[in-house]
Design a protein around this ligand. Structure first.
Ligand SMILES: *Cc1c(COP(=O)(O)O)cnc(C)c1O
Ligand SMILES: [Zn+2]
Length: 430
């Protein structure tokens, strides 16, 4: 395989920069893409190479990201920071598919990554880039999963992690991980968007390497979610990908990966991408449905804290992915998210609230006739069921009404009984 030339390009004005230049924005303020010259690359040869790496037991290419290293980042093995991320399962939706009215629904479970979310795929690439830039400190603003992932990868790489989280607004499992992996955890007064703005200033001022998804190398790693899904399907392209949208990096990455596979002729059908937002944090949905310019949502609100973001940094890249693929943007209510979660969990699969936008959104799009009932659909489950136990218990104890207006429609309450055989029989015969 010949060397693939790469460079940075502004999504807004298309100005280019050297791949080795340390920057996150163009001079015009636009965000940057990693671009590659794929004109001389033989797609079939590349696909065969990736297939030959499937199931490797050890080494950098045993990772479900670095398996596709030709499209990730050109770097020697010795610089790679990896936890063998990726290699996540692809499940048939089973009873959750029936509930959604879709007969060919699958879930790619990114909650099965080393720290329990897809963020690990971006972080392996981001911390490897940090290594190339010789960074000693890395930082991020986070609704929780980015900080959990960054703290872990920084620890593996021997770097210091500086984490900015909105005070009192992140799920317990995620906060626990940031502390446990030894990140310097700064709880700030304000929401995610405030934290995001602060961390950009801090990184510029103190020369710390920024690892939010504004970092173009994070997006490169996250492309592997889509590529790995296709490889698991023997390169048969689904009709739809359905994916939650918060800061909109992941949908951007999914689209970019598909564009590159298409350019290489590895796929010759384009899967439609449906981005699903929470109704209380829906700037892309508003833009898409009302044909209005981008406008941030001032006070985003949702129980799905991973997507409680009003001013997503990657909206241009995400919109590009939706438009290129002929996809759509949908919104789902708090009740729809948690009912979908109850069904996904009860199917034995399970995921955190934000992830369940995939099922809630797929169901809604099927009801509207936008997704055909027998079309092949892959929902991305972004995070692990254990990340947010408060949301689970709240739903099943039916205590979410006051704060979130959510009913425990499919609540499975614990049943208190006396320690007797009769009491057990009474319950089981009920
Ligand atoms: C980060 C995250 C999202 C949102 O992804 P974006 O790239 O910010 O759109 C969704 N679900 C979970 C579980 C996440 O951790
Ligand atoms: Zn520009």
């Amino acid at each position: 395989m010949k060397k693939i030339e790469s460079y940075l390009e502004c999504v807004r004005c298309h100005k280019t920069y050297d791949i080795g230049e340390l920057r996150y924005n163009c001079d015009c303020g636009g965000i940057l893409d990693v671009k590659r010259d794929l004109s001389h690359v033989d797609g079939q040869e590349l696909k065969a190479l990736w297939d030959s790496r499937w199931g490797l037991k050890r080494g950098v290419e045993a990772s479900g990201v670095w398996r596709y290293r030709e499209l990730i980042l050109d770097v020697p093995d010795s610089m790679v920071v990896t936890r063998q991320e990726g290699n996540t399962r692809l499940y048939p939706a089973m009873s959750a598919g029936t509930w959604a009215g879709l007969s060919n629904l699958y879930f790619k479970h990114e909650g099965e990554n080393p720290t329990g979310s897809f963020k690990d795929r971006g972080m392996t690439c981001g911390t490897t880039a940090a290594n190339l830039f010789n960074a000693k400190y890395v930082a991020c603003a986070s609704t929780g999963n980015t900080s959990a992932s960054m703290a872990s990868y920084a620890a593996v790489a021997g770097m210091k992690a500086v984490i900015f989280i909105p005070e009192g607004k992140i799920a317990y499992g995620k906060l626990a991980q940031a502390l446990a992996y030894n990140g310097i955890t700064l709880q700030i007064e304000g929401n995610f968007d405030d934290a995001m703005s602060l961390v950009q200033d801090v990184c510029k001022e103190l020369g710390i390497y920024l690892l939010n998804s504004i970092n173009p190398f994070r997006i490169e790693g996250q492309k592997a979610i889509g590529i790995e899904t296709l490889q698991q399907m023997d390169w048969e392209v689904p009709d739809w990908f359905v994916i939650p949208g918060g800061n909109l990096g992941n949908s951007s990455a999914l689209g970019k990966g598909m564009m590159e596979l298409y350019e290489l002729g590895i796929i010759n059908k384009i899967p439609k991408i449906a981005v699903i937002q929470a109704a209380g944090a829906n700037p892309l949905y508003t833009m898409w449905t009302q044909h209005t310019p981008f406008k941030a949502v001032k006070n985003p609100e949702t129980i799905a804290t991973a997507i409680k973001i009003g001013n997503p940094v990657s909206w241009e890249k995400s919109l590009r992915a939706v438009e290129w693929s002929g996809g759509t943007v949908e919104e789902v209510t708090e009740q729809e998210i948690m009912d979908a979660k109850a069904k996904l969990d009860a199917a034995g699969i399970g995921a955190e609230p934000a992830s369940c936008c995939s099922l809630a959104g797929a169901k809604k799009l099927a009801e509207k006739g936008i997704i055909g009932k027998s079309e092949k659909v892959v929902g991305i489950l972004t995070g692990n069921i254990l990340k947010d136990p408060d949301a689970v218990i709240g739903y099943h104890q039916d205590t979410l009404m006051e704060h979130y207006g959510i009913k425990g429609t499919f609540a499975n309450k614990p049943i208190q009984i006396k320690p007797t055989l009769e009491a057990v029989k009474a319950v089981l015969h009920r």
